[in-house]
Ligand binder design. Sequence first.
Ligand code: FRU
Length: 443
Amino acid sequence: MNKPKLHLTSERNWMNDPNGLIYYKGKYHAFYQHFPYATQWGTMHWGHAVSDDMVNWTYEPIALFPSKPYDKNGCFSGSAIEVDGDLYLYYTSVKYIETEEDNTTVPKDNIFESSQAMIISKDGFNFDNFNDKSLIIPPIMDEKLGHYTHTRDPKVWKYKDNYYMIVGSKVKKADQEEHTGKLLYYRSKDAKTWEYINSFELHGLGDMWECPDIFNVNDNNILVMSPENYYTDGTYPTNNAVIGIVDFEEESCNTKFDKDDFRLADLGLDYYAPQTFIDKDGRRVQFGWLRMNKHFENHTWLGMMSLPRVIEVKNKEITTNVHPNISSLFIKEINIDNVDFSNPTCIKATLKDNSKISIGGYEITFENNIITANRTKVFNEEYVNLKASTPKLEDECNIEVYIDYGVIETYINKGQYVISHIVNPLENKLQIDNLSDFKIYTI
Ligand code: FRU
């Protein structure tokens, strides 16, 4: 089977953002942005997969599809909560003004009408797209408040007796050329009727904030979002997921942060639009979309979810580690000559000066206290980042490298940094230089 074993892909065709992640009635539900008819982005549906452990996933039928005047061209990203035993899904409903002349699945000139909508399911498996949807926040017509087209990705949570929603948007200031990213907050008593309560905007951190996600971990408020045009210096891709600790007052949603409070959520630049939820044991878990512009040759799917990651804060630093349900699978130690990268493989190593690992041509080096992961030899796409480096690190660094079909995720110094890269299916060859302390495991 030409698919990763531990990374969720669609059954076939296009996948992007994780949506509606939730542990609900004893199962993990992962929904995702999905175009079910081709290996390209188009009229958005919500694909659906279910798991007991975030390791083995079962595909379910498409959960959300366009069925209403307000979502007739797509069900964009959103989130899930449980209310009195029911599953509430929130999403951005999209109506194109015009389609491209020769392709009815994409909007002309990237202009469309966005509103926020929801659907209620009694069991998390049946979604009545005709009778159980409702429009909850109409399109924004006041350009000082937010953008008519680019306001989206509702993330909902409960705090004390109220439900709260954050959405990403942008506004244009008369004296500024670029748009300013903006967060809008809404509140509800019953999770169905919503009132606008607050906002925060900041110029110069990208120009529109996709998929905002705000939550508290170890007494710190963390904001994750995916700013468009985060890079304007020629770096590709231009849109990237960032994470930071912010000032946030939970009742009023008063928010404060600066550009410098943020860093990349993953240095590889394939990781985008991540979303978090609380797992069975109370951990804050994040999945992101590992984007692919093209499918691998002769493959029928593209795009995958990252491994589930646990987000924590230790000494004011955010750490990102592989979920224990995944890391605990790697107990079978193997010899360097027996690697088979079509099976999940994990390399644990301590890097010293000039250490080098080549995983079927994917190179991880440690020089002058900087780790660089280089996929030049195992990737042929344009408009992606081929090499990613950490800032300067200690003299010795430990890494855990998770290799699955088509992807490598490297976790550095117990979650200080992560570098994830999509790579072509790899040749079964592992080479190690200047490295005495390493072990290789499979599942
Ligand atoms: C992020 C994103 C979201 C949007 C969705 C559409 O990748 O652009 O902002 O809801 O994808 O598929």
